[in-house]
Write a protein that binds this ligand. Sequence first.
Ligand SMILES: [Zn+2]
Length: 432
Amino acid sequence: MDESSLSAATRAPVSTDQLDGLVTVLHLVRSGQARTRPELARLSGMGRGAVTQRVAELMDSGLLVESELGRSTGGRPPRELAVRAEAGLVLVAPLGATHLAAGVTDLTGRVLDFVVEPGDIAAGPDATLARLEQLFDQLLSRTTVPEAPIYGIGVGLPGPVEFASGTPVSPPIMPGWDGYPVRARLSERHDVPVWVDNDVNLMALGELRVGAARNQQDVIYVKVGTGIGAGLISSGRLHRGTQGAAGDIGHARVDAASGIVCRCGNVGCLEALAGGAALSRDGTVAAAEGRSEFLGRMLAAGQPIAAADVAVAAEHGDPVAVELLSRSGQLVGETVATLVNFFNPSLVLLGGGVALAGDMILASVRETVYRRSLPLATRELRIERSTLTPDPALSGAAHMVLDELFSRQRLGRWLPVGSPSGYPEIAEEPAA
Ligand SMILES: [Zn+2]
């Protein structure tokens, strides 16, 4: 937003000190660390008067509300502050390699409604985003708070995304998406700011805010789906790296001698040997060669063999399927062990369709990581499955948008005009 659009402001522009206070108050209330004015004063180091002022401004703006009833301790009960959830909506869309999810959340990031359907990201951006726009329209037509403005849109993509511009960059499994202006397309249609990130980053962020990684400082989220990737939480924050590529472990070379060519064009990538596409490929070969009775029956019936089928075969005790999954878990585990030694997290979360199909991959990853990591690095390490359903990236995408909107860098650009709706340029990096 430039200075001229601020002239349409309905409230006075925000001074620097005031902005710092507003951002701090919002952060402490959103994170649940503070619920009352005395708690805000204690945690922020701001004076009581300043806290009262900032809270009043945020209540005037419709972003905070206070409840009538606080916990009574005998005297006058303190009034509890909260984000006014229904003040606005966030549209979210974590897109996977083989599915499309779309949802709508409130201003606390709570998912109000969502749809998930099969979808091939390789169909390209036009087909995929056109379908996504239909899903957004469906969700908005049935929302229970139709009068609430849309505050922003958060999209996840199964490939590398330059976070500042919201642009996919040379994504290996997404033909046609390289450099596609996802942000511009969606912000033009809805006239709101749009942020785009890698899907695994959003899964990690979702688990950090509302899932198993809540209150953890250092976490690695590993997705084993069609592809493989990781999201990093460092010191309680999502670590995207300089461009947004942090955690892209799927194309680490784990076995050059395998000769297996990855979709990225390199040989021996982790994803090409251990991801869902690899399980499907190796399961099909085993079936064709008569090494797996279970998968052989599927192949004979003309059914394609997916990674999920290999997991089902393993649950039925098919030895080849067990071998394939345990090898996949071992390869993922070896890479994760390197990350554990390097990064020393307290928690590794395993998610993605392949990792969550049965217990075998989790068991194999655990066994490998504990065996291959330094004792000090695993002393308090837990390795668990991701449990947020249907997709932690739905919550993650909402929190990405809310974190950006309520950041020091952006809050002052829209608060004077009431809401970020109608100001898509807020998502762009402000000129230095
Ligand atoms: Zn690769």
